[in-house]
Design a protein around this ligand. Structure first.
Ligand code: HSE
Length: 342
């Protein structure tokens, strides 16, 4: 029987998540082999300025040091450097591509090309980049099936909190009828601060200072990030075939201190809720402060309503480098199990 101890990985994107994953793999190397018989080996890395390739495995400590010193992995000393990313994906012997470049919701590039090139070449894919899934979830899952590869994306919703796995696997056999979620930590932080008396502008400035807000703040504030997560949930959990334009989306720019005050008087709070209940909607809504969904700060939460097992709420951190890296590890183990089963 095959055991696939070594998983050869191409890592696209070496920002916070890529670096956290490298640190996680370094610190868990012995444990991963002892507990799961798994030896992940990163054979190629790409960041926006260059690439590094070594089919016998890149030295992760060195990679992290080079990145820290130069802001890119371009200067990592290896026989082959600065191979074009698409050539790396199509020519390097690998099992899995991890896509961790930034999300964009205009054309989803460069992540979209990385993912499609990898799957066409027979690689399974883990993406924490939401852009390609938001714009093309149905066709990407079809492409994975057609090429007999696995496409996994645990970290795209809830970061390290296993929201997708819970609904898909723990509630297996159940029929989820609807759900409501707070899926964006930054806007939840801003709305929480507004509930505590700040104006929208000062709450946004505070969130920026803490480093919560995306480089393109519109992704958070105008609810593109929450809408992308709703697309992923709707496809994966509810079996819908939808993309970004199917979401009725409103951000939090127009939430006023008056709105917050009215909600407080009714023992409610204004939250950015992504909901799937006949329609797919993301927008600010009042919910009771006693509702388990009503979490504060940067927390995420989601309530699933299911036919037989009732209502359940999952709460956890929805972002963070190490948390998201841990979701990638879950997906790696899942993919390895899939390879063993076949
Ligand atoms: N900008 C996102 C948030 C990061 O605030 O939740 C995680 O997707």
């Amino acid at each position: 029987m095959k055991s696939f101890p070594v998983l050869r990985i191409i890592l696209c994107g070496f920002g916070v998540v890529g670096q956290s994953l490298s640190k996680l793999l370094l610190s868990r190397a012995e444990d991963l082999y002892a507990r799961y018989g798994l030896k992940p080996r990163i054979v190629g890395v790409y960041d926006s300025k260059g690439s590094a390739v070594d089919s016998s495995g890149l030295d992760l400590n060195q990679l992290l040091q080079v990145k820290k010193k130069n802001g890119t992995i371009k200067k990592y000393r290896t026989e082959k450097s600065n191979v074009k990313v698409i050539d790396m994906i199509s020519s390097l012997d690998a099992d899995v591509l991890i896509e961790a470049t930034s999300s964009n919701y205009k054309d989803a590039e460069p992540g979209m090309s990385h993912i499609t090139e990898a799957m066409k070449g027979g690689l399974s894919v883990i993406t924490v980049n939401k852009g390609p899934l938001a714009l093309a979830f149905p066709s990407l899952t079809e492409l994975a099936t057609y090429n007999h590869v696995m496409l996994r994306f645990s970290g795209t919703v809830g970061g390290g909190t296993p929201i997708l796995d819970y609904a898909k696997n723990s509630l297996q056999g159940e029929r989820i009828t609807s759900f409501d979620g707070i899926l964006n930590g930054t806007t939840n932080y801003i709305l929480t601060n507004m509930t505590n008396g700040m104006t929208f502008e000062s709450a946004l400035a505070d969130a920026r200072k803490k480093g919560y807000v995306e480089a393109d703040e519109s992704l958070d504030i105008d609810a593109l990030d929450a809408a992308a997560k709703l697309v992923i949930l709707a496809n994966w959990i509810m079996g819908m075939k939808v993309t970004m334009p199917d979401i009725n989306r409103t951000g939090i720019r127009d939430v006023t201190t008056e709105d917050i005050k009215h909600a407080t008087e009714k023992k409610c709070a204004v939250k950015l809720i992504a909901s799937c209940n006949r329609e797919l909607v993301v927008g600010p809504r009042e919910i009771s402060v006693n509702d388990p969904l009503c979490v504060n700060g940067t927390l995420n939460a989601i309530t699933f309503n299911s036919e037989h097992s009732g209502q359940q709420t999952i709460i956890g951190k929805g972002a963070g480098g190490m948390e998201t890296a841990s979701s990638i590890l879950r997906d790696l183990l899942d993919i390895r199990q899939g390879m063993l089963n076949h």
